[in-house]
Design a protein around this ligand. Structure first.
Ligand code: ADP
Length: 319
């Protein structure tokens, strides 16, 4: 391996920059040239590629988002488009690629590997929805942002004896909601992994009021239901002011916290080590505090993220 390309793809996540920095500096330490590919697979296809030096990644370890940019590029599912992308890589003499992103990006990396181009995947997504790793880069920072928002909502909800429904990101994974619920002391937690029973929720809220609870914070993952409509129905049944707050894109931004910077640094360095060992089509994870790697195909097909029932139950005990 003489020249390595690195790109960030799919939804941005705090810590992606720290991972690109780690890839770059580990490569340079091993006398491998590094090329930053801008705007994900779209930029790869367009040949938006620039060589990176040590100082190209200065002052980014603490910056949210991704300085390389990211893009959604569904055209990458076409083999002909991927062939053109490989031509771009060959033009620069790049002989391996590190892809930082979610499972969609992993699929792109896998397809390139299957076409003979070595790729390694690094899990970069706030959703924590990737198999084979306890944590993805960006999850902890996003979780902290959410908990901060929940704390603020708690102050105002408690002052007004109000019911607050807080919609959190996660796509089809309840991890952000679950962890935020435990950390934020939310009264009710609704995640995609557990069937949502609206009547049971309303009964629980009413029982809580009888016990003297001043507020009710309902943590809910996006896409489960329309939270504004849910708030109206709860208000009609409980006769208590109910407000829905959709946290939205603020959850994505902000400086990565130390946990994500360290995770990203370790994963970036580990990815380069795997390439040096001649490995391809592997994806990186952290399991029980150790760096691990798995086959991307297995990660995308056979491996399942375990649902943290223990945290769900804990949240239901501690509310
Ligand atoms: P994430 O990586 O966060 O899951 P996406 O699902 O949007 O985000 O995937 C990011 C990009 O990965 C897509 O825009 C596309 O370029 C590429 N990609 C996704 N699925 C495939 C696929 N089946 N084959 C090839 N490339 C894919």
């Amino acid at each position: 391996i003489k020249k390595v390309g690195v790109l960030t793809s799919g939804g941005d996540a705090p810590g992606m920059n720290s991972a690109v920095r780690a890839v770059t500096r580990t490569c340079l330490t091993h006398d491998i040239e590094v090329f930053g590919i801008f705007d994900g697979f779209a930029g790869l296809h367009a040949g938006n590629i620039k060589q990176l030096q040590r100082n190209s990644v200065s002052d980014i370890i603490n910056r949210g988002g991704t300085f390389l940019g990211s893009a959604r590029f569904p055209e990458f599912k076409e083999e002909s488009v991927r062939k053109e992308a490989i031509k771009q890589l060959e033009k620069f003499g790049i002989d391996a690629l590190i892809v930082i992103g979610g499972d969609g990006s992993y699929m792109g990396a896998l397809k390139l590997s299957e076409m003979g181009f070595p790729c390694i995947g690094i899990p970069g997504t706030i959703d924590n929805d990737i198999a084979g790793t306890d944590f993805t880069i960006g999850f902890m920072t996003c979780l902290n942002t959410i908990v901060d928002a929940v704390d603020r909502l708690r102050d105002t909800s408690s002052s007004h004896n109000r019911i607050s429904i807080v919609e959190m990101m996660g796509r089809h994974c309840g991890d952000l909601t679950l962890w935020a619920s435990v950390a934020g002391g939310c009264e009710y937690v609704i995640v995609p992994e557990i069937d949502f029973d609206e009547d049971a929720l309303i009964k629980q809220i009413m029982d809580g009021e009888e016990k003297g609870k001043k507020h009710a914070i309902v943590a809910i993952t996006e896409h489960v239901t329309d939270v504004t409509a849910l708030a109206k129905r709860i208000e009609a049944k409980t006769k208590r002011e109910t407000r829905a707050t959709v946290l939205g894109h603020i959850q994505r931004g902000g400086a990565p916290m130390a946990f994500d910077r360290i995770l990203a640094s370790r994963m970036g360095a580990y990815a380069v080590e795997l390439l040096l060992e001649g490995k391809s089509a592997r994806c990186i994870g952290i399991q029980c505090a150790k760096m691990v790697d798995h086959d991307i195909i297995e990660c995308l097909t056979d491996m399942k993220r375990p649902f943290r029932k223990d945290l769900y139950e804990l949240s239901n005990i501690l509310y």
